[in-house]
Design a protein. Structure first.
Length: 308
Protein backbone atom coordinates (compact mmCIF):
# COMPACT_ATOMS: atom_id res chain seq x y z
CA UNK A 1 0.00 0.00 0.00
CA UNK A 2 2.77 2.41 0.87
CA UNK A 3 4.52 1.79 -2.46
CA UNK A 4 1.31 2.45 -4.41
CA UNK A 5 0.72 5.75 -2.59
CA UNK A 6 4.25 6.89 -3.42
CA UNK A 7 3.72 6.14 -7.13
CA UNK A 8 0.46 8.10 -7.17
CA UNK A 9 2.13 11.10 -5.55
CA UNK A 10 4.91 11.00 -8.14
CA UNK A 11 2.34 10.87 -10.96
CA UNK A 12 0.59 13.95 -9.56
CA UNK A 13 3.85 15.88 -9.45
CA UNK A 14 4.47 15.10 -13.11
CA UNK A 15 1.24 16.77 -14.23
CA UNK A 16 2.33 20.05 -15.89
CA UNK A 17 0.87 23.31 -14.65
CA UNK A 18 1.36 24.97 -18.04
CA UNK A 19 0.61 23.50 -21.45
CA UNK A 20 3.50 24.04 -23.90
CA UNK A 21 2.91 25.92 -27.13
CA UNK A 22 3.29 24.31 -30.54
CA UNK A 23 6.73 24.86 -32.06
CA UNK A 24 5.38 26.59 -35.17
CA UNK A 25 3.38 29.03 -33.01
CA UNK A 26 6.45 29.83 -30.93
CA UNK A 27 8.50 30.44 -34.06
CA UNK A 28 5.83 32.76 -35.47
CA UNK A 29 5.70 34.82 -32.28
CA UNK A 30 9.49 34.97 -32.07
CA UNK A 31 9.56 36.19 -35.66
CA UNK A 32 7.18 39.02 -34.75
CA UNK A 33 9.21 39.93 -31.68
CA UNK A 34 12.55 39.42 -33.43
CA UNK A 35 13.70 37.79 -30.22
CA UNK A 36 14.43 34.09 -29.62
CA UNK A 37 13.54 32.77 -26.18
CA UNK A 38 15.90 30.50 -24.33
CA UNK A 39 13.05 29.42 -22.06
CA UNK A 40 10.10 28.70 -24.35
CA UNK A 41 7.78 28.11 -21.39
CA UNK A 42 8.07 31.79 -20.47
CA UNK A 43 6.62 32.66 -23.86
CA UNK A 44 3.82 30.13 -23.41
CA UNK A 45 3.03 31.61 -20.01
CA UNK A 46 2.96 35.13 -21.46
CA UNK A 47 0.08 34.15 -23.76
CA UNK A 48 -1.94 32.14 -21.23
CA UNK A 49 -4.87 33.79 -19.48
CA UNK A 50 -6.05 32.53 -16.09
CA UNK A 51 -9.32 31.35 -17.70
CA UNK A 52 -7.39 28.82 -19.79
CA UNK A 53 -7.47 25.18 -18.66
CA UNK A 54 -4.83 22.76 -19.80
CA UNK A 55 -5.83 19.26 -21.00
CA UNK A 56 -5.38 17.91 -17.47
CA UNK A 57 -8.15 20.23 -16.20
CA UNK A 58 -5.76 21.65 -13.69
CA UNK A 59 -5.52 25.35 -12.90
CA UNK A 60 -2.04 26.33 -13.98
CA UNK A 61 0.19 29.29 -14.57
CA UNK A 62 -1.05 32.41 -16.33
CA UNK A 63 0.47 35.66 -17.56
CA UNK A 64 -0.39 37.60 -14.40
CA UNK A 65 3.04 37.49 -12.76
CA UNK A 66 4.81 38.35 -16.02
CA UNK A 67 2.30 41.15 -16.57
CA UNK A 68 3.29 42.60 -13.18
CA UNK A 69 6.96 42.62 -14.22
CA UNK A 70 6.27 43.99 -17.69
CA UNK A 71 4.13 46.84 -16.38
CA UNK A 72 6.92 48.03 -14.09
CA UNK A 73 9.63 47.65 -16.73
CA UNK A 74 7.62 49.50 -19.39
CA UNK A 75 6.91 52.42 -17.06
CA UNK A 76 10.61 52.74 -16.26
CA UNK A 77 11.78 52.50 -19.87
CA UNK A 78 9.19 54.94 -21.16
CA UNK A 79 10.11 57.46 -18.45
CA UNK A 80 13.78 57.16 -19.44
CA UNK A 81 13.00 57.60 -23.14
CA UNK A 82 10.82 60.67 -22.64
CA UNK A 83 13.26 62.24 -20.18
CA UNK A 84 16.06 62.08 -22.74
CA UNK A 85 13.88 63.03 -25.74
CA UNK A 86 12.21 66.10 -24.19
CA UNK A 87 14.86 67.88 -22.14
CA UNK A 88 12.73 70.96 -21.34
CA UNK A 89 9.33 69.33 -20.92
CA UNK A 90 7.78 69.73 -17.43
CA UNK A 91 6.80 66.65 -15.39
CA UNK A 92 3.08 67.13 -16.03
CA UNK A 93 3.42 66.80 -19.79
CA UNK A 94 5.94 63.98 -19.46
CA UNK A 95 3.37 62.10 -17.39
CA UNK A 96 0.69 62.62 -20.05
CA UNK A 97 3.03 61.36 -22.77
CA UNK A 98 4.04 58.31 -20.77
CA UNK A 99 0.41 57.44 -20.02
CA UNK A 100 -0.59 57.83 -23.67
CA UNK A 101 2.14 55.42 -24.77
CA UNK A 102 1.55 52.65 -22.23
CA UNK A 103 -2.11 52.91 -21.22
CA UNK A 104 -4.58 50.07 -21.80
CA UNK A 105 -5.80 51.29 -25.19
CA UNK A 106 -2.33 51.95 -26.54
CA UNK A 107 -1.04 48.52 -25.52
CA UNK A 108 -4.20 46.85 -26.83
CA UNK A 109 -3.59 48.53 -30.20
CA UNK A 110 -0.03 47.19 -30.20
CA UNK A 111 -1.37 43.70 -29.50
CA UNK A 112 -3.76 43.91 -32.45
CA UNK A 113 -1.11 45.34 -34.79
CA UNK A 114 1.29 42.56 -33.79
CA UNK A 115 -1.43 39.87 -34.11
CA UNK A 116 -0.91 38.80 -30.51
CA UNK A 117 -4.66 38.23 -30.11
CA UNK A 118 -4.37 35.25 -32.46
CA UNK A 119 -2.13 33.42 -29.99
CA UNK A 120 -3.91 34.27 -26.73
CA UNK A 121 -4.93 31.10 -24.90
CA UNK A 122 -8.16 31.56 -22.96
CA UNK A 123 -11.59 30.11 -22.25
CA UNK A 124 -13.53 33.38 -22.15
CA UNK A 125 -16.11 33.44 -25.00
CA UNK A 126 -17.07 37.07 -24.39
CA UNK A 127 -13.48 38.12 -25.02
CA UNK A 128 -13.76 37.21 -28.70
CA UNK A 129 -16.52 39.71 -29.47
CA UNK A 130 -14.88 42.34 -27.25
CA UNK A 131 -11.73 42.06 -29.36
CA UNK A 132 -13.76 42.17 -32.57
CA UNK A 133 -15.63 45.29 -31.42
CA UNK A 134 -12.37 46.98 -30.47
CA UNK A 135 -10.77 46.15 -33.83
CA UNK A 136 -13.70 47.75 -35.62
CA UNK A 137 -13.50 50.83 -33.41
CA UNK A 138 -9.81 51.60 -33.86
CA UNK A 139 -10.36 52.21 -37.57
CA UNK A 140 -12.13 55.44 -36.62
CA UNK A 141 -9.23 56.63 -34.46
CA UNK A 142 -5.84 55.89 -36.07
CA UNK A 143 -3.71 56.93 -33.07
CA UNK A 144 -5.80 56.97 -29.90
CA UNK A 145 -9.49 57.42 -29.08
CA UNK A 146 -8.78 59.23 -25.79
CA UNK A 147 -11.40 57.32 -23.87
CA UNK A 148 -14.03 56.78 -26.57
CA UNK A 149 -13.30 53.06 -27.01
CA UNK A 150 -13.36 50.16 -24.55
CA UNK A 151 -10.15 48.17 -25.11
CA UNK A 152 -10.14 44.59 -23.77
CA UNK A 153 -7.74 44.55 -20.82
CA UNK A 154 -6.53 41.10 -21.87
CA UNK A 155 -4.91 42.58 -24.99
CA UNK A 156 -2.88 45.05 -22.96
CA UNK A 157 -2.00 42.27 -20.53
CA UNK A 158 -0.44 40.24 -23.36
CA UNK A 159 1.94 43.05 -24.29
CA UNK A 160 2.96 43.63 -20.67
CA UNK A 161 3.44 39.90 -20.04
CA UNK A 162 5.52 39.50 -23.22
CA UNK A 163 7.72 42.39 -22.12
CA UNK A 164 8.02 40.79 -18.69
CA UNK A 165 8.92 37.45 -20.25
CA UNK A 166 11.65 39.01 -22.40
CA UNK A 167 13.01 40.87 -19.38
CA UNK A 168 13.29 37.64 -17.37
CA UNK A 169 14.57 35.56 -20.29
CA UNK A 170 17.25 38.11 -21.24
CA UNK A 171 18.70 38.28 -17.72
CA UNK A 172 16.99 41.60 -17.04
CA UNK A 173 18.38 43.38 -20.09
CA UNK A 174 16.60 46.74 -20.36
CA UNK A 175 18.22 47.41 -23.72
CA UNK A 176 16.86 44.23 -25.29
CA UNK A 177 13.40 44.90 -23.86
CA UNK A 178 13.34 48.49 -25.11
CA UNK A 179 14.58 47.50 -28.57
CA UNK A 180 11.75 44.97 -28.84
CA UNK A 181 9.02 47.24 -27.50
CA UNK A 182 10.04 50.22 -29.62
CA UNK A 183 9.64 48.13 -32.78
CA UNK A 184 6.22 46.93 -31.67
CA UNK A 185 5.04 50.41 -30.64
CA UNK A 186 6.48 52.35 -33.57
CA UNK A 187 5.64 55.16 -33.93
CA UNK A 188 5.50 56.34 -30.34
CA UNK A 189 2.94 59.02 -29.48
CA UNK A 190 4.72 62.38 -29.44
CA UNK A 191 3.74 65.90 -28.41
CA UNK A 192 2.54 66.49 -31.97
CA UNK A 193 0.25 63.44 -31.99
CA UNK A 194 -0.84 63.57 -28.34
CA UNK A 195 -4.60 64.05 -28.20
CA UNK A 196 -6.70 65.62 -25.47
CA UNK A 197 -9.27 63.88 -23.34
CA UNK A 198 -12.74 65.05 -24.53
CA UNK A 199 -14.00 65.85 -21.02
CA UNK A 200 -10.95 67.98 -20.18
CA UNK A 201 -11.09 69.67 -23.57
CA UNK A 202 -14.78 70.49 -23.15
CA UNK A 203 -14.22 72.05 -19.74
CA UNK A 204 -11.32 74.14 -21.11
CA UNK A 205 -13.36 75.39 -24.06
CA UNK A 206 -16.37 76.24 -21.89
CA UNK A 207 -14.20 78.04 -19.36
CA UNK A 208 -12.56 80.05 -22.13
CA UNK A 209 -15.97 81.15 -23.43
CA UNK A 210 -17.43 81.65 -19.92
CA UNK A 211 -19.96 78.84 -20.24
CA UNK A 212 -21.25 76.43 -17.62
CA UNK A 213 -21.14 72.70 -18.37
CA UNK A 214 -22.93 69.89 -16.54
CA UNK A 215 -23.01 66.11 -17.01
CA UNK A 216 -26.18 64.23 -16.12
CA UNK A 217 -26.79 60.48 -16.07
CA UNK A 218 -29.98 59.39 -17.82
CA UNK A 219 -31.78 57.04 -15.42
CA UNK A 220 -34.48 56.11 -17.92
CA UNK A 221 -32.33 54.01 -20.26
CA UNK A 222 -31.11 50.42 -19.81
CA UNK A 223 -27.63 51.24 -21.09
CA UNK A 224 -25.40 53.81 -19.46
CA UNK A 225 -26.35 57.16 -21.02
CA UNK A 226 -24.84 60.53 -20.10
CA UNK A 227 -26.06 63.91 -21.33
CA UNK A 228 -24.11 67.17 -21.51
CA UNK A 229 -25.77 70.52 -20.82
CA UNK A 230 -24.03 73.81 -21.59
CA UNK A 231 -25.66 76.88 -20.08
CA UNK A 232 -28.72 74.73 -19.48
CA UNK A 233 -29.04 73.54 -23.10
CA UNK A 234 -28.53 69.94 -24.23
CA UNK A 235 -25.42 69.77 -26.42
CA UNK A 236 -24.73 66.05 -26.65
CA UNK A 237 -25.23 62.59 -25.21
CA UNK A 238 -23.27 59.35 -25.11
CA UNK A 239 -24.23 55.74 -24.48
CA UNK A 240 -22.14 52.66 -23.79
CA UNK A 241 -23.13 49.45 -22.04
CA UNK A 242 -22.76 49.90 -18.30
CA UNK A 243 -19.55 51.95 -18.24
CA UNK A 244 -20.22 55.53 -17.19
CA UNK A 245 -16.71 56.75 -18.05
CA UNK A 246 -16.94 55.81 -21.73
CA UNK A 247 -20.52 57.10 -22.01
CA UNK A 248 -19.38 60.38 -20.46
CA UNK A 249 -16.42 60.65 -22.83
CA UNK A 250 -18.66 60.08 -25.86
CA UNK A 251 -21.14 62.65 -24.59
CA UNK A 252 -18.32 65.17 -24.15
CA UNK A 253 -17.07 64.48 -27.69
CA UNK A 254 -20.56 65.02 -29.14
CA UNK A 255 -20.94 68.26 -27.17
CA UNK A 256 -17.48 69.42 -28.27
CA UNK A 257 -18.28 68.89 -31.94
CA UNK A 258 -21.51 70.85 -31.69
CA UNK A 259 -20.03 73.66 -29.59
CA UNK A 260 -17.11 74.10 -31.98
CA UNK A 261 -19.47 74.29 -34.94
CA UNK A 262 -21.57 76.96 -33.20
CA UNK A 263 -18.53 78.99 -32.16
CA UNK A 264 -17.09 78.69 -35.66
CA UNK A 265 -20.28 79.99 -37.24
CA UNK A 266 -20.33 82.84 -34.74
CA UNK A 267 -16.75 83.72 -35.66
CA UNK A 268 -17.62 83.68 -39.37
CA UNK A 269 -20.56 85.98 -38.69
CA UNK A 270 -18.33 88.44 -36.85
CA UNK A 271 -15.80 88.48 -39.68
CA UNK A 272 -18.48 89.02 -42.32
CA UNK A 273 -20.02 91.89 -40.38
CA UNK A 274 -16.77 93.83 -39.98
CA UNK A 275 -16.79 97.04 -42.06
CA UNK A 276 -19.42 95.73 -44.39
CA UNK A 277 -22.85 94.29 -44.87
CA UNK A 278 -23.72 90.84 -46.10
CA UNK A 279 -27.01 89.41 -47.41
CA UNK A 280 -27.07 85.66 -47.93
CA UNK A 281 -29.63 84.36 -50.40
CA UNK A 282 -29.98 81.22 -52.50
CA UNK A 283 -26.86 81.05 -54.67
CA UNK A 284 -26.38 84.81 -54.36
CA UNK A 285 -24.19 86.78 -52.02
CA UNK A 286 -24.18 90.56 -51.94
CA UNK A 287 -21.63 92.51 -49.98
CA UNK A 288 -20.28 96.00 -49.51
CA UNK A 289 -16.71 96.13 -48.25
CA UNK A 290 -14.27 99.00 -47.98
CA UNK A 291 -11.35 96.86 -46.83
CA UNK A 292 -9.53 94.53 -49.23
CA UNK A 293 -8.30 92.27 -46.40
CA UNK A 294 -11.88 91.64 -45.23
CA UNK A 295 -12.85 90.79 -48.81
CA UNK A 296 -10.03 88.25 -49.13
CA UNK A 297 -10.95 86.63 -45.80
CA UNK A 298 -14.60 86.45 -46.78
CA UNK A 299 -13.74 84.74 -50.08
CA UNK A 300 -11.59 82.21 -48.25
CA UNK A 301 -14.36 81.41 -45.79
CA UNK A 302 -16.93 81.11 -48.54
CA UNK A 303 -14.79 78.61 -50.42
CA UNK A 304 -14.18 76.64 -47.23
CA UNK A 305 -17.71 76.48 -45.88
CA UNK A 306 -19.76 76.89 -49.11
CA UNK A 307 -21.71 79.87 -47.84
CA UNK A 308 -24.78 80.43 -49.98
Amino acid sequence: MEKKEIVEEEDEQEIPDLQPMEEDVIEEIEMILQYRFRNKMLLAQAFTQSSFNNPFKKAGKSYERLEFVGDSVLGCLMARELFSSYEDLPPGQLTLLRAANVDTERLARIAIKSNFHRFLRHNAPQLEWQIKEFMEGINQYPIHSNGLLDPPKALANIVESVIGAIFIDSNSSLEIVWKTFKKLADPLISLDTLGKHPVSELYELCQKNKMNVNFEKDTWTKSMTVKVFINGNLYGSGTYGHKKEIAQNRAAKAALDRLRMILQKAQIGRILSIRGRCFLGPRHIYEAYDDEQIWVERQRLRNKFWLQ
